[in-house]
Design a protein around this ligand. Structure first.
Ligand SMILES: O=C(O)CCC(=O)C(=O)O
Ligand SMILES: [Fe+2]
Length: 269
């Protein structure tokens, strides 16, 4: 993806996020498919005076674009958003092909298995938190694995994203013009644990607000059943998960607001 496109996306989001978030309540009332899935979870964890907002839009087909219409006509941000998502989808297609080959599958196998169909675009605005009265990390997003096959994340230059690696929280330092790509729970399920979903969280800055746009390839609205692909199951390597629909996974996830680092555990055999 060209750096210019990403810059355009970041700037558009920076300029318009506050307005879009301001309209969020109305969009939720009128939009139908907007799913503020993280809000209860964030509310549970945020410091008492600290508030983080996120809005979620499912982009699966033309009908759902109506939600973008309703949101971005107000903010005149629609074109840039659509263009950004188009570029992310192009990149995503290539990534799914590369990942398929990397795990020994046919190039188009993950596409064929419908990993690319649904997308959840999650725009985050994290206000700063100047409180240093104690040493506890100030969380903008609690630790979690993504409810996705794959997530393509655009973060601004503030930093704060961390992944849990070998017992430590490691900073994912922003790299100008780069997207962060991470494996989510659904790809872990499909590959029968060959690919692992990554545990991550977001710390807020003391001074500056932070913005990010996460595009999650996911199965939110799908009635399709997903389970370990037959290529990853054999006599010596039994299926570790039962088949689930996206809906089942999300219902379970929302019931576990305090800990979704192992959202898949529920579906283990
Ligand atoms: O804001 C970020 O950098 C990460 C957001 C995130 O983890 C998510 O949307 O799942
Ligand atoms: Fe995430």
């Amino acid at each position: 993806m060209q750096g210019g496109k990403i810059d355009t996306g970041v700037n558009a989001v920076k300029n318009k996020a506050a307005a879009a978030l301001g309209d969020m309540a109305e969009v939720i009332k009128t939009g139908g498919v907007v799913a503020p899935v993280f809000l209860p979870r964030l509310a549970t964890y945020l410091a008492q005076w600290y508030l983080s907002l996120a809005f979620f839009v499912i982009v699966t087909n033309d009908a759902n674009w109506k939600v973008f219409d309703s949101m971005f006509q107000r903010t005149r941000n629609q074109e840039i958003f659509e263009e950004y998502v188009k570029h992310v989808r192009n990149l995503g297609e290539t990534l799914f092909e590369l990942i398929s080959e990397a795990v020994g599958l046919r190039r188009d196998r993950l596409k064929e298995a419908k990993c690319e169909e649904g997308m959840l675009v999650s725009c985050h605005y994290y206000p700063p938190c100047p409180d240093n009265s104690d040493a506890r990390p100030k969380l903008g997003s609690v630790q979690h694995c993504d409810p996705s096959f794959l997530t393509l994340l655009l973060q601004d230059q503030i930093g704060g994203l961390q992944v849990f690696h070998e017992g430590n929280w490691v900073d994912v330092t922003p790299l100008h013009g780069a997207l962060v790509v991470n494996v989510g729970d659904f790809l872990r399920l499909m590959t029968n644990d060959q690919l692992k979903s990554v545990v991550h969280r977001v710390l807020v800055d003391r001074v500056s607000p932070r913005l990010s746009v996460a595009c999650l390839y996911t199965a939110t609205t799908s009635t399709t059943r997903f389970g370990p692909l037959k290529e990853f199951v054999s006599e010596s390597n039994a299926s570790r998960y039962r088949e689930i629909t996206g809906k089942e996974y999300f219902v379970h996830l929302l019931s576990k607001v305090k800990d979704n680092t192992r959202g898949l555990a529920e579906f283990e055999i």
